[in-house]
Design a protein around this ligand. Structure first.
Ligand SMILES: [Zn+2]
Length: 114
């Protein structure tokens, strides 16, 4: 059972997980953005939220997906969704730009613009 913060009602891995402690609604994140963006986000959300033990959180800038640690971040931009997918191995898809993160040598960060 995930821990639920009494202040922001966010699902957390444990009581001590740091998080943005305020309620942010998805409507606010997509305010002024195109319907297509929201539609695309809904598809991603429906797909990833079904994965086992994934917690979905919202901050003022992005939507985070956590399984033990954050592995996927969706940031709604003006005309696109900025997707960051954290993976142990580089993702070998031409459309995905892989960036090795400095701190953890095994972790790679993929950034996709569409
Ligand atoms: Zn909280």
């Amino acid at each position: 059972m995930p821990y639920i913060c009494p202040k922001c009602e966010r699902e957390l891995i444990s009581e001590h997980q740091s998080h943005y402690c305020a309620k942010v609604s998805l409507d606010d994140l997509f305010k002024g953005k195109s319907d297509e963006l929201l539609l695309l986000f809904d598809k991603l959300l429906a797909e990833v939220a079904d994965w086992p033990d994934v917690l979905v959180g919202t901050t003022p800038n992005c939507i985070t997906f956590v399984h033990r640690q954050t592995f996927f971040v969706i940031r709604p931009m003006q005309k696109q969704l900025d997707l960051k997918f954290y993976s142990v191995k580089p993702i070998e898809i031409p459309q995905v730009k892989t960036i090795a993160t400095g701190q953890v040598s095994k972790q790679h960060q993929a950034k996709q613009h569409q």
